[in-house]
Design a protein around this ligand. Structure first.
Ligand SMILES: NC(=O)c1ccc[n+]([C@@H]2O[C@H](COP(=O)([O-])OP(=O)(O)OC[C@H]3O[C@@H](n4cnc5c(N)ncnc54)[C@H](OP(=O)(O)O)[C@@H]3O)[C@@H](O)[C@H]2O)c1
Length: 302
């Protein structure tokens, strides 16, 4: 048997529990892995609440991304073999918060030796999203990127990618995250009332807003960019469109590209908070506060 963290009904955290099930067997295009680490994302609790639809059969395994060792391969997964160390997105109906899970081979890449399993588990969702968010509209070196939600899993990575590209990055976050945000090379801007004025104090113009918060927090800074088409939101595409911008478009190549960048030590995934699988509920709660610092990762026991 194998442990997996699930939600048993759409709703609050009380619907979550750790259950036993047989080790899943891979179908076509799938890889079975022994999970070494799994990333936690806002999508996990949003899915549980039914905000991302109600099409999942229950109990629904939680966690969208994982890193581990291949223990079995399905048909059509050429290029992968038992024993490979990999990272990827879980297959439909599967969850990363588990001792074993299935990955979709089409969204899985080899884990370079230089990257730990814990860091690798943050790549398929957060790091790849940060890659897409900083490449959908390409800035020139010296241009100004305003990052709303700079202290979270996607934000810290996006800030570092901005530094690598020599953008001027302004990172908006709670004052408690000042040092964390500044460690990426970004200029820190305190969130909350008066945020737009604080940006104007340090920047005469903003060339791109990447939004990782949405709602009124996005509306409060939207006027800072001269061209509203240069607002991209991963958190609230509807608000971005309402303001003249657009939602984030994800790409398939982002995972491989950002894996190489991390392999070369150019950016740090900031997998700063780790929980045992038995404490997966606490891990999800930490992200569900909406104020996580860096990435939250779940590691199965021994
Ligand atoms: N479309 C996609 O494919 C995709 C993929 C990944 C993520 N997302 C979405 O992108 C968003 C960010 O994801 P994530 O993983 O980075 O989440 P996260 O780790 O929870 O980080 C969110 C960050 O936003 C900050 N924040 C909250 N309110 C803020 C405000 N008013 N001003 C500035 N910062 C504020 C939070 O901390 P502080 O307030 O303490 O600074 C936190 O650090 C989520 O909505 C997620 O669902 C979309």
């Amino acid at each position: 048997m194998s442990k997996v963290y699930v939600f048993t009904d759409y709703g609050g955290p009380e619907t979550q529990q750790l259950i036993d099930r047989p080790i899943p067997e891979p179908g076509p295009g799938e890889l079975a892995i022994e999970v070494r680490a799994a990333g936690v994302n806002p999508a996990d609790w949003k899915m549980r609440e039914g905000r991302l639809g109600r099409a999942w059969s229950l109990p629904a395994p939680m966690g969208r991304e994982a890193a581990g060792v291949v223990i079995a391969v399905g048909g059509g997964t050429e290029g992968f073999a038992v024993g490979d160390e990999v990272l990827g997105l879980v297959a439909p109906g599967q969850g990363g918060l588990a001792e074993h899970t299935l990955l979709s081979a089409s969204t899985t890449v080899a884990k370079p030796e230089e990257i730990s399993f814990i860091d690798a588990a943050t790549i398929p969702v957060a790091a790849a999203t940060a890659y897409d968010a900083t490449h959908q509209i390409e800035l020139e070196p010296g241009q100004t990127l305003l990052l709303l939600g700079a202290g979270g899993g996607v934000g810290l990575m996006a800030a570092q990618i901005g530094r690598v590209h020599e953008f001027t990055v302004l990172g908006v976050a709670d004052v408690a995250k000042r040092e964390l945000v500044e460690s990426t090379g970004a200029a820190f801007i305190g969130s909350g009332s008066g945020v737009a004025d604080r940006v104007r104090e340090v920047a005469s113009s903003v060339d791109l807003i990447v939004d990782l918060v949405g709602g009124d927090a996005l509306r409060a800074v939207a006027d800072l960019v001269a061209d509203p088409g240069r607002i991209i939101s991963a958190a609230d595409p509807d608000a971005a469109v309402e303001l003249g911008g657009r939602g984030l478009a994800r790409t398939t190549e982002a995972m491989g590209k950002i894996t190489e960048v991390i392999q070369h030590g150019l950016v740090d995934p900031h997998a700063d908070t780790q929980y045992d699988l038995n404490d997966a509920g606490q891990a999800i709660a930490a992200v569900e506060t909406g104020h996580a610092g860096g990435k939250v990762v779940v590691v199965p026991e021994g």
